[in-house]
Ligand binder design. Structure first.
Ligand code: RIB
Ligand code: CA
Length: 314
């Protein structure tokens, strides 16, 4: 089977880091053409260092890491150190990377990789604010029609928001960018809070990571033990939601997930609901059905996949 070519656009963050490891641990199914970093959970300089740390931890330093946009299209950057810690990867002690960041801007890399491949080849996997992706779509309007799919983590509807009552972090940081992406016409699949809040990191999952007995298992155990404390305290959940790895798991085993094609629009004007993903789940409007909105996951199957793949690296 020919591996599916993907670009991971990311703001590591512990959950992004695990998503990157899952993708790099699956070379039979996924060919990671590039990792592109964006400001989000922590500033760009840190998200870029953190992505480099992950390619080194996975032993996959041939995968280029390009630095991208350092803030949203409009307004000031909002970060999430309160969740991820100052470094963005608090919880694990990882060496400073010796691998150099790739030359060139992430937006140019995205445009080049997508438009130099046959139409329908590249899948974009945004795991953070959509600033890089929107900028690339604006820079090269042909890109939307050339993409195979955009599979992103972001938004929330039935679960509400995690940054405001109605907005999820990735969308809230750059609502205008999200609006560009959801209007672009490329096939979109969304892994929102509605599904990621069902992929909770439970103690037995953390024990399985630690039991791998590898540097990757040790690092993931430390990262997720630190990361989950915030959501457990905030939501009173049994564990922290493992957001971004759901994107990669969906690519690897879509049968673990369920959703449907719906209309999704982004609120960019209202001070009260700015950054909201407005989902027409019941088909109340005649607008375009522009995204497959995922609501359900086989959580144990998801963690079995994740632990099984991570066992193969590091
Ligand atoms: O709201 C969760 C999302 O915001 C995840 O992608 C997390 O890494 C942060 O970027
Ligand atoms: Ca992220």
């Amino acid at each position: 089977m020919t591996p599916r070519p993907i670009i991971i656009d990311t703001d590591p963050g512990q959950d992004d880091a695990v998503a990157i490891l899952l993708a790099l641990a699956s070379p039979e199914e996924l060919e990671v053409r590039a990792i592109t970093t964006v400001a989000g959970n922590v500033p760009l300089a840190l998200t870029t260092v953190n992505a480099l740390k992950m390619v080194e931890l996975a032993g996959r330093t041939e995968v280029p890491v390009y630095a991208g946009c350092d803030g949203p299209l409009h307004g000031a950057l909002i970060t999430a150190e309160y969740v991820h810690g100052r470094s963005g990867l608090d919880g694990a002690t990882l060496p400073e990377p010796v691998t150099a960041v790739a030359a060139g801007h992430a937006v140019d890399a995205i445009v080049e990789i997508v438009t130099s491949a046959p139409p329908g080849t590249i899948t974009l996997c945004p795991l953070g604010p959509l600033t890089n992706v929107a900028t690339a779509l604006d820079r090269e309007p042909r890109m939307a029609a050339m993409l195979r799919e955009i599979v992103l983590m972001g938004g929330g509807f039935f679960e509400g928001g995690n940054t405001t009552p109605t907005a999820e972090f990735n969308i809230y940081v750059d609502p205008e960018a999200a609006d560009v992406v959801f209007r672009c016409g490329a096939p979109i699949t969304v892994l929102p809070l509605d599904v990621t809040h069902r992929a909770l990191i439970l103690p037995r999952h953390l024990e399985r990571f630690a039991a791998l007995g590898t540097r990757v298992g040790e690092a993931v155990h430390g990262l997720l033990t630190f990361y989950e404390r915030y959501d457990v305290a905030k939501y009173g959940m049994a564990g922290g939601p493992l957001h971004d790895p759901c994107v990669i798991a969906y690519l690897l085993k879509p049968e673990l997930f369920r959703g449907k094609l719906v209309g999704v629009e982004i609120e960019t004007e209202s001070p009260l609901t700015r950054g909201m993903t407005v989902v027409d789940w019941w088909g109340m409007t005649s607008g375009p059905r522009n995204a497959t909105w995922i609501r359900e996951v086989d959580a144990e199957g998801f963690f079995d996949l994740l632990v099984g793949r991570l066992a193969a690296i590091g």
